[in-house]
Design a protein around this ligand. Structure first.
Ligand code: PRT
Ligand code: ZN
Length: 225
C-alpha cells in the first residue's frame, strides 16, 4: 500500500454520528458527495478522502496509522484504548477536540423492582454490556466483583430475558431504559463525539491541512455555542 498524499478521515458510515460528521466537514468547506455503496468519498476541492466505516473500527484505524483523522464517540475510543493497552497493540492517538454532538452517558441500570442502594448492590451479580472494559475499570475502582454478560446489541432486554441482573449501556433521553422497565443508577462515563489524529508524523503539507481543518472546526463549533 502506497502512502497517500491525500488526508484520510474516517467517519461512521451510517448511524448516530454519520450525518453530523458529514455536516461538520461540509461546514468546514470540504466538498464531497457520498455514494451509499462506496467505502470512500473523495473531496472535489481538497486533497481529502473520507473513509466510511463502522464506528467501532475508527479508533483502531487511527491508532494503526491507516487513516490520519477520525470522528468518533469518546466511549468507543476509550473502550478500544483500554482493550488495546491490555493486549499490547498501539493505543495512542491525539484527541484534537471534543465536538458538539453525540452526547450520551454510559450508565448502570437495574429493573424497577430492584432495591438499589449503591454500586455495591451489584456485588456478585451479572451485568450485560457492550462496554466490558469501561465497566471493568469502574467496578475495579469501586472494588466490586460482578459477572460479565457481553452483548453487542439488545443489552436493554437482557434482564427481562433472564440473562443478567442489570445492564451498563449508553443513555441519552432515558426512554429506552424506561420502555424496558429499567432505571438508571450510576453514570460511569460521560461521552461526546471527538476528532482524533494519528500519532504518525505527517508531511508538512498534510499537517498544514489538518491545522486548517481544525481551526475551521474550532470556528464552526464556537459559532454555535
Ligand atoms: O453500525 P455502527 O457500529 O457504526 O453503529 P453502532 O450501532 O455501534 O452505533 P450508533 O450509531 O448507535 O451510535 C454511535 C455513537 O453515538 C455511540 O457510540 C455514542 O457515542 C453516540 N450516542 C449518542 C449513542 C446514543 N447517543 C444513544 N442513545 N449511541 C447509542 N445510543 C443508544 C443506546 O445504546 C440505547 O440503545 O440509544 C439507546 C438509548 O437512547 P435513549 O434516548 O432512549 O436514552
Ligand atoms: Zn458500533
Amino acid at each position: 500500500m502506497s502512502e497517500s498524499n491525500r488526508l484520510r478521515i474516517a467517519i461512521q458510515k451510517s448511524g448516530r454520528l454519520s450525518k453530523e460528521s458529514q455536516k461538520l466537514l461540509k461546514s468546514c468547506g470540504v466538498k464531497f458527495n457520498v455514494n451509499e455503496q462506496r467505502l470512500i468519498a473523495h473531496s472535489d476541492n481538497m486533497p481529502i478522502d473520507l473513509l466510511r466505516v463502522r464506528d467501532d473500527d475508527i479508533p483502531g484505524l487511527v491508532m494503526d496509522g491507516v487513516v490520519d483523522l477520525g470522528i468518533i464517540g469518546e466511549n468507543v475510543l476509550e473502550e478500544e484504548q483500554i482493550e488495546r493497552q491490555a493486549i499490547g497493540k498501539p493505543a495512542e492517538c491525539l484527541k484534537l477536540r471534543e465536538l458538539d454532538f453525540g452526547a450520551c452517558r454510559l450508565s448502570l441500570a437495574v429493573p424497577t423492582e430492584f432495591s438499589y442502594q449503591d454500586a455495591t448492590s451489584l456485588e456478585g451479580l451479572r451485568i450485560a454490556t457492550s462496554y466490558p472494559n469501561l465497566l471493568r475499570r469502574y467496578m475495579q475502582e469501586k472494588g466490586i466483583n460482578y459477572r460479565d454478560c457481553m452483548l453487542k446489541g439488545s443489552v436493554e432486554v437482557a434482564p427481562r430475558a433472564g440473562l443478567a441482573d442489570g445492564i451498563c449501556d449508553l443513555v441519552s433521553t432515558g426512554a429506552t431504559l424506561e420502555a424496558n422497565g429499567l432505571y438508571e443508577t450510576e453514570v460511569i462515563y460521560q461521552s461526546m463525539a471527538c476528532i482524533i489524529q494519528s500519532t504518525q508524523e505527517q508531511t508538512p503539507d498534510k499537517q498544514a491541512l489538518i491545522n486548517k481543518i481544525l481551526s475551521r472546526i474550532n470556528g464552526v463549533v464556537r459559532a454555535k455555542e
